[in-house]
Design a protein around this ligand. Structure first.
Ligand code: P53
Length: 478
């Protein structure tokens, strides 16, 4: 055990989940179908989440893990009590859009869906936990995809605004931290899962993706505006899938490539945080011959309603090469990256780099000077439970300890402003990338396998008590 300087007073320790990866109950109480429901486990998954293979409904011969997930819809009291026992200060969760608006374009919300989240937020407060709410974590109502083409359509602004107004009004006083879009840059890498985009043959995919991104960015600004109007206490954040690119060598060509790759991700945050499209983006569209549709009013909204804080997920750093023949890519991640020979990797090939987190924190801080929030970090691993469901997950503890130390260095040595830390999948849940249950991140084990077998029983892993002590000591006992 090492002694460290404490984290700032009021630091928001906790854990994170996403609706479709844990709630299950996909058709309960009037919930409508969403893109995240119809992505099956198995070899077609990647083609589906990237918008190459069409899957707009459940089909024979596939298993859809999100239908039931870990059924948190019916277990949330038990689960939140366990988070409370660990001493969580915050719990990041997302709203299932189709629980509130089953089709997406209705004028009136579904009361049962609102009541579910109201009960859930009240349960959080009962345990002294501040909810941190992602408005959309990859989900888009299927009806909006079939009728309007998802985020490619400008009408989405109206539907999203209605969702936000409903949430901010109904949950005023219960929720004050909001994230507009989970991993907004994922639209470029997983366009169907991230934004309900399916591509027709021969279509200019770049144009569709950037037009959809523009709609999301304006929607995010509208949400920020509304959140502040409805309750000045509200704090709104953007959310980036982060991870610094390193050049593969010190060849300037590789450094240049790394800069380009980083910009592809920071592009979104540049807009949400600084309020303007960066020149490099405009030049890129010009070069690709993309003419995006945007109004003066859009640009004013972007300029005026920038975010209060910057949140991001961090699992790994990445490597870029400007040399066309370098193809040694890591696996298991829709973000392309070259292998870094200095790093170990998880069982899914995600490279482990705690110093990369410190580098990423400093880079984002230097770029924006806004408070930051790490809202996802963790190790997806295979766990071996004993007959009581106990797992000795020292590998997970090691991963988290090193990342928490890196955060501590960034705060106490480098002086970045970090509000909080929520580990990903604080309770085991369905993997977004692969659809597996076997890829576990939790402090709490859930008895369920890739095929959907299991009792759903919850049990504490070794990391449960470890994280409890980390929080109780405000990060000094690791
Ligand atoms: P899984 C890829 C790269 C970075 C973040 O991922 C990613 C992904 C998607 O696989 O997504 C985030 O479950 C996302 C979560 C997701 C988590 O990372 O594939 O916000 O929904 O579960 C971990 O191991």
């Amino acid at each position: 055990m090492s002694q460290l300087k404490a984290f700032p007073k009021g630091f928001l320790w906790g854990g994170a989940t996403a609706a479709n990866q844990c709630e299950g109950a996909y058709d309960a109480d009037g919930r409508g179908l969403a893109n995240v429901d119809v992505v099956p486990i198995g070899e077609d998954r990647e083609a589906i989440i990237t918008g190459k293979k069409k899957m707009f409904d459940f089909e024979e011969g596939y298993f859809y893990p999100a239908k039931k997930s870990i059924d948190m819809y019916h277990h949330f009291k038990e689960d939140i009590a366990l988070f409370g026992e660990m001493g969580f200060k915050t719990y990041r969760l997302s709203i299932g859009w189709t629980r509130i608006f089953p089709k997406g374009d209705e004028l009136e919300p579904n009361e049962a869906g609102l009541q579910f989240y109201e009960d859930l937020f009240k349960e959080c407060h009962k345990h002294g936990i501040e909810p941190l709410v992602t408005i959309t974590h990859f989900d888009c109502p299927m009806h909006l995809i079939k009728e309007y083409g998802g985020w490619r359509n400008r009408k989405m602004l109206v539907f999203y605004e209605r969702l936000c107004r409903t949430l901010f009004t109904r949950f005023k006083g219960l929720v004050k931290y909001w994230l507009t879009f989970n991993e907004i840059n994922m639209i470029l890498h997983a366009p169907f899962m991230g934004a309900g985009l399916y591509f027709e043959a021969g279509e200019n995919q770049d144009l569709v993706k950037y037009q959809a991104a523009h709609h999301e960015l304006v929607a995010s600004a509208i949400a920020t505006k509304l959140a502040h109007e409805i309750d000045p206490e509200n704090k709104v954040g953007c959310m980036l899938a982060a991870g610094q690119y390193y050049p593969n060598t010190c060849h300037p060509r590789d450094v240049w490539e790394g800069l380009q790759e980083d910009r592809e991700n920071y592009f979104f945050i540049d807009v949400q945080s600084r309020g303007e499209y960066p020149n490099y983006a405009k030049k890129k569209w010009e070069k690709l011959g993309l003419e995006l549709e945007m109004t003066e009013e859009d640009l004013t909204l972007l300029k005026k309603h920038t975010v209060d804080f910057i949140s991001f997920s961090y699992y790994s750093s990445r490597v870029a090469s400007g040399e066309p023949d370098v193809k040694d890519k890591t696996q298991g991640n829709i973000f392309a990256s070259i292998k870094n020979p200095y790093l170990d990797a998880s069982e899914w090939g995600w490279q482990i780099d705690p110093l990369g987190l410190r580098i990423t924190l400093n880079t984002i801080w230097d770029r924006y000077q806004k408070p930051m929030f790490i809202v996802e970090n963790g190790l997806g691993a295979v766990d071996q439970p004993d007959e009581n469901g106990y797992v000795e997950d020292d590998y997970r503890i090691d991963y988290l300890r090193e990342h928490i130390k890196a955060m501590n260095d960034a705060i106490n040595i480098d002086g970045v402003d970090l509000m909080g830390y929520t580990t990903w999948g604080c309770i085991d849940l369905v993997s977004a990338g692969t659809g597996e249950m076997k890829k576990r991140y939790g402090f709490i084990y859930v008895d369920r396998d890739n095929q959907g077998n299991g009792t759903l029983r919850r049990s504490k892993k070794k990391s449960f008590d470890w994280y409890k002590r980390v929080i109780a000591s405000n990060g000094t006992e690791l």
